[in-house]
Ligand binder design. Structure first.
Ligand code: TEU
Length: 572
């Protein structure tokens, strides 16, 4: 699919009809998807060999998490060369073969753009360590303040957000790990280098970007202290870098310099920790020419206590209030992304469903139905279509993720016992989402012929793609039917959203209305049989999609079996 690199005056699809509004995206975390050479790590050739599994769902886009050269300190979100492929995943020729195979199946490929920070092993950073280098101002270098860090910000991965460099006895900023120094987007040379790199991938045929923590790239240049966090050790710098002072300017410039030159072809989604609905309206308003949609974090923070590793039970009314607010807030302008899972979140069937053999399939298909019938673009994370569950992570030796390992070490330094810390890591750690994709019931689930970098979940003997594709009642085929419904029923894409039963702690119900069609969607978030009041007029409505034996008869009351979901349709 050749890039339209000629800058045509904005011939744009009418707002509201862009192709990505009816699209479904499938995220691949390549390290854990399919290994073709037996080294225990997934690779591009392995992914290319498994594309029919993805295409068989009917998805439109494949989002590929980073495959660039990287020391792998944060599993590729620490990039040391933006225009090549890490040898562990293959090479550019293998990438081109993957891209062609994706396009041959009528799908698009979106790359992960990680430009808030590079790896500390990127040549740009290595050059910047010399105070006299022209690259010095490509990063946030500051002299010590009273012999210590330039401000009190804490890192997302525990500890200070500053690291001292002996080469110049100065500090550099890293919101994540010390091996992920933040780029200085105040510097136009940085922005131009990023734009050139983006065009290089788009001219190669890539169809867009998922932009990693893109709302963190603009910092308050004064770098003021933050309010001390609960740990009393570090300040919360987020008011000074979340959706910072120049973020819209940077994104509008990126759109002018890059996206505008490839009209109607791209999908751009900004990952935005801390973004609000009001801000998302600005980021996704097509008239502002910034991004198509954003990943917000409100709904995946509702079960956080002191922090993410202090999980609390989810209240369904909180979830409905949060997702309902995002539906209302982006109803007349902008667009939502819709997700439960990704490589940073625990598996939703374990988190918000019931991953027991009895209710794993039923709760997974209920969660999928409720999410996919919202207004927005749904994202499916690898294995979600199989209802893959959290991994049996026992001791800290079972963990690989830098975020979990750093949290554990800091908690023990602060005096906690392992048995106090491990339950939160087991429930919420990112390794839960990163166990190898479960292809079949063979010893390593068909993921590798070698030793996997992270153990395969033992439940792969029952939970695997081969079994799912062979079973018409599987989660896989339910996702396929949901995607087919999105592609055939305009009310799913364009319908107005109205939340029902906002105060009910058991049932999530809403309607979608478009033209003469109204859809009723209801999901039972419990393991009990429940009934709920419904608006009149639904008696005998057509059952479009369900996941349970009872297929929830609708009279004046809605009766739902444990974890049952229904979609009914009325056409006036
Ligand atoms: O994640 C940013 C982010 O907000 C998450 O790290 C979040 O803080 C946590 O993991 C979930 O509670 C992006 C990438 O998705 C993540 O994999 C990277 O580690 C991070 O940025 C740094 O690039």
């Amino acid at each position: 699919m050749a890039a339209d690199s000629a800058a045509r005056p904005g011939r744009q699809t009418r707002p509201g009809q862009e192709w990505w509004r009816s699209a479904v995206v499938y995220q691949v975390y390549p390290r854990s998807f399919a290994d073709s050479d037996g080294d225990g790590i997934g690779d591009l050739a392995g992914l290319t060999g498994r594309l029919d599994h993805i295409a068989g769902l009917g998805v439109d886009v494949l989002w590929l998490s980073p495959v660039y050269p990287s020391p792998q300190s944060d599993n590729g979100y620490d990039i040391s060369d933006y225009q090549d492929i890490d040898p562990v995943f293959g090479d550019l020729a293998a990438f081109d073969r993957l891209l062609a195979a994706v396009h041959e199946r009528g799908m698009k490929l979106v790359m992960d753009l990680v430009v808030n920070h590079t790896s500390d092993e990127h040549p740009w950073f290595q050059e910047s360590r010399d105070p006299g280098s022209p690259k010095r101002d490509w990063y946030w270098w500051r002299p010590p303040r009273d012999g210590r860090e330039p401000n009190n910000w804490g890192s997302f991965f525990t500890g200070s957000a500053w690291a001292r460099d002996s080469a110049s006895d100065a500090y550099y900023l890293h919101l994540f790990s010390p091996k992920q120094p933040d780029l200085n987007w105040e510097n136009p040379d940085v922005r131009q280098a990023v734009h050139a790199m983006m065009r290089w991938w788009l001219d190669r045929g890539v169809d867009g970007f998922r932009m990693d923590v893109i709302n963190l790239i603009s910092k308050d240049p004064a770098l003021p202290d933050g309010v001390l966090r609960g740990d009393g050790l570090y300040g919360d710098g987020s008011p000074h870098f979340v959706c910072g002072p120049r973020i819209h300017e940077y994104l509008q410039e990126m759109h002018r310099e890059v996206m505008a030159h490839y009209p109607e072809r791209l999908l751009t989604v900004g990952e935005m920790p801390g973004v609000t609905v009001e801000q998302a309206r600005l980021f996704t308003d097509p008239r502002r020419a910034e991004l198509d949609m954003v990943f917000q974090f409100e709904h995946v923070g509702l079960d956080h206590g002191r922090d993410k590793f202090d999980p609390r039970p989810l209240r369904l009314t909180d979830l409905k209030a949060s997702l309902g607010r995002w539906q209302t807030g982006l109803a007349d302008v902008g667009w939502n992304s819709l997700y439960w899972n990704n490589h940073d979140q625990p598996r939703v069937v374990s988190r918000f469903g019931d991953d027991s053999p009895r209710y794993r399939t039923r709760s997974a298909t209920m969660l999928a139905t409720v999410l996919h019938l919202h207004r927005g673009t749904p994202y499916i994370y690898q294995g979600e279509e199989l209802a893959m569950a959290n991994a049996p992570l026992r001791s800290i030796e079972d963990f690989r993720d830098i975020e979990s390992l750093n949290h554990y070490a800091e908690a023990l330094r602060a005096g906690a016992r392992p048995e106090d810390v491990l339950p939160g890591l087991r429930a919420m750690g990112r390794d839960n989402a990163r166990t190898p994709m479960q292809w079949d019931a063979s010893p390593q689930a068909g993921f590798t012929t070698g030793t996997p970098w992270l153990p395969v979940n033992p439940d792969h003997t029952e939970v695997n793609a081969a079994a799912a594709r062979a079973n018409p009642d599987s989660v896989y085929h339910h996702y396929r039917r949901l995607i087919a419904l999105r592609h055939s029923e305009p009310a799913v894409v364009h319908g107005d959203f109205t939340m029902l039963l906002p105060d009910d702690e058991r049932v999530y119900a809403f309607t979608r209305a478009y033209g003469g069609t109204t859809l009723l969607v209801a999901g039972n978030f419990t393991g009990d049989t429940v009934t709920a009041e419904l608006p009149a007029g639904w008696e005998g409505a057509e059952l479009v999609l369900g996941n349970g034996p009872s297929a929830a008869a609708v009279t004046g009351r809605l009766a739902l079996a444990p974890w049952e979901a229904v979609v009914r349709r009325l056409t006036r």
